[in-house]
Design a protein around this ligand. Structure first.
Ligand code: 5GP
Ligand code: ZN
Length: 122
């Protein structure tokens, strides 16, 4: 946990978010500035700054979080199958376009074209 981190504050319930799922590993909530009709953020409860700070020892919890994505996407309105689907983005570090320094997966979906940003910082 990090005192000033905005995503840690959401994990702790100190600031509001539209939370759609939580378990022992992560919290999932709607992005405040969506880049697609459906735009969710999967955030580990532990404060990990970015994917650059992850290694082989993190495979289990990271894999569990990744494996949740299809069900979270479909439960929140992403259409199934090859005609539907979703985009997953992990921005990492300044060159990766990361703005919030707490690891997160973006899940973006819904019918195209998507208004506004096609992907964060793209
Ligand atoms: P990054 O550029 O770090 O990959 O993406 C950060 C994302 O977090 C952005 O898409 C931004 O809209 C979202 N975001 C930033 N602050 C908040 C917040 O306080 N609440 C929510 N729900 N999303 C946020
Ligand atoms: Zn944090």
């Amino acid at each position: 946990m990090s005192d000033q981190c905005i995503f840690c504050k959401i994990v702790r319930g100190e600031i509001p978010a539209d939370i759609v799922f939580k378990d022992d590993d992560c919290v999932v909530f709607r992005d405040i500035n969506p880049a697609a009709p459906i735009h969710l953020l999967v955030v580990p409860k532990n404060h990990v700054v970015s994917l650059q700070d992850v290694g082989p020892a993190d495979g289990e919890w990271l894999g569990r979080m990744m494996a949740l994505i299809p069900k979270i996407a479909s439960d929140n309105g992403c259409d199934p199958g090859p005609q539907g689907g979703f985009r997953v983005v992990i921005n990492s570090g300044a060159h990766g376009g990361q703005e919030v320094g707490h690891l997160h997966f973006h899940i973006m979906g819904g019918p195209r074209p998507w208004a506004g940003r096609a992907a964060p910082n793209a």
